[in-house]
Design a protein around this ligand. Structure first.
Ligand SMILES: [Zn+2]
Length: 163
């Protein structure tokens, strides 16, 4: 059993690592931190005994879903393009030939559908570069763009759950 996000109501939430000094202590009382996978809200919920033990804590804050769509971007090193390999509301993994370095900031256009405008991410930070795979963290997007990406990720979730 998983708690629901108090902000948007989805049960697509992920238990995350406790922060600071008090949260690990709260864990002893079965109060655990969670990250909503759709609206990105962080919250704490009461999850008694056995349920808490059976749900493992992931180091990552978001569950990744594989997805494949083109991305175009611009940044300090000029324009570039690539293909998304997986995506969450917190970021994505990108396959690209561009020369990118950790902590570079990019403006992204996610071409999630052929006949729709791309979702724009105003600022995405390069977190890792391993051969041609670039890990990006979404730092800022306009509200309506975030909403459109939420719809897209929610679609991936429901497709995944039907499998
Ligand atoms: Zn939520």
């Amino acid at each position: 059993m998983k708690p629901q996000c108090p902000k948007c109501g989805t049960d697509f939430v992920q238990r995350i690592r406790p922060d600071g000094i008090l949260e690990p202590l709260a864990g002893l009382l079965f109060i655990h931190p969670f990250r909503c996978q759709l609206c990105t809200h962080r919250f704490r919920a009461f999850l008694p005994g056995v349920a808490a033990l059976s749900q493992k804590v992931d180091r990552r804050q978001y569950v990744r879903f594989s997805a494949r769509f083109p991305v175009t971007f611009s940044g300090d090193s000029g324009p570039g393009q690539g293909a998304v390999m997986d995506v969450t509301m917190g970021g994505c993994a990108l396959e690209s030939d561009a020369t990118l370095m950790p902590s570079m900031v990019l403006k992204l256009k996610l071409h999630i559908a052929e006949h729709a405008l791309p979702v724009e991410v105003e600022a995405a930070v390069v977190r890792s570069v391993r051969s041609k795979i670039v890990g990006l963290e979404f730092a800022r997007f306009a509200l309506q763009e975030k909403y459109r990406l939420t719809q897209y990720v929610a679609g991936l979730v429901s497709a995944h759950r039907k499998e």
